[in-house]
Design a protein around this ligand. Sequence first.
Ligand SMILES: [Zn+2]
Length: 430
Amino acid sequence: MTRAEKLQERIDLVVIDDRCSDELSSGFRTFLSNLSPSHSITSIKFCIWSLIQEHLDDAFSNTMAKFEGTWNSDLLSDLRLSEVGLRLPKKTVHVTVRKKFKPVELKVPLIKPEAMPPANWQLLIMSYWDLNLNTALRLMTRSRKRPSGLKKLLSQSEPQVVSRPEDELYGALELARELILLLAYFRPKSTTKIPDHDSVPDSTTCSQEKTFCELCWRPTIRSSLLNEMPRPTADIDNYWKSIVNSGRVSNRYCETHKPGSNGYHADLRYKKAFERQLQVLMSRRNISTYAIDLMPNDHTMVALRKTAYEQVHARLRPISSSYEAAVGLKEKIWPLWCQGLSQSEIARELGVTRQAVFKALAELRDIVSAHHASCDFDPITDELRISQQIQDSIRIGLENKESPSSIAKSVGLTKATVLELARSIAKLKE
Ligand SMILES: [Zn+2]
């Protein structure tokens, strides 16, 4: 997908809150229609900020000014949409022990660290505004809640009166958040203002989206490096130098499939079949060449990729670099079994022993159940969700130097999953 297509797809997802004033929502629509793929949050020629100023600033300020009720305006004082990535808010939010929000003076460095790419700095500023917007919205909703207990019972019949300006304020704050969300996609293609580098492609300093390993479902080395980088602490310049340096590690393969490693050589043979099966699962094109298709639990990218990976590694057919490999015995048995033929009938039909049929069916059952047991991902972290009990059994197996395949068999998971968990267990020990 080109940058233009990606951005258009994102623009199409924008929702304009219908509580917004007409002035604000029509301004937002004009702003969206004027956006081009050349626009970016750091571009001077295609300046996104002046576009915002032209179409949104006044309408937004009008809504803020119209509202006369009380709300926590401290957090958003002097907010102008065209400066939401250029100037830090004066106050930020502090959550006290009792879960109360308290606006406090912002204590972050007020100028951009030298080694930090300008786009990342702007996004950092936006994240502070977004936090304030979100908090202001929550505080408003909370103050509108009905009184509890007996009072609540008594007041139930009274309809809640919501003033028009209050509604518009809600709409405007939601729209501001929607705008910030959108702006994060308008990063520049590259940045030139970093010490020691002529120009650094933006994709090396920011994981704009998760990049997957070409051979499996894990993120690439660079993608996980950028995602796992701890928040900058005291030495902020060094932090940004290491981010920029992360551009030098692979964005094609994961840690397990580092080029030259055993994992890489073992799985490179499956690459074509893997890609093809992934296409099948994403129902883009291609019809599965397998008699049995494993199905993902949900349709997140990580679940689709893991399912495709398990499908091609399930030993249904001989390993081959071409996906037109000979159909394996298990695959020949499956459709006959589904037609209701008995094991002896299948054996006769295929010219194999009844024991072979029995064994193949048992293995098929294991493949499918192992796949289902290991296909559950946490939707937020994309981490595998496996019970503590099973994790403990894997740990004990590893300590007893059992092979990953035999551990996999005893806990009813696939070998790939066991290896994955073994890696995260080793990481925890470090
Ligand atoms: Zn990989």
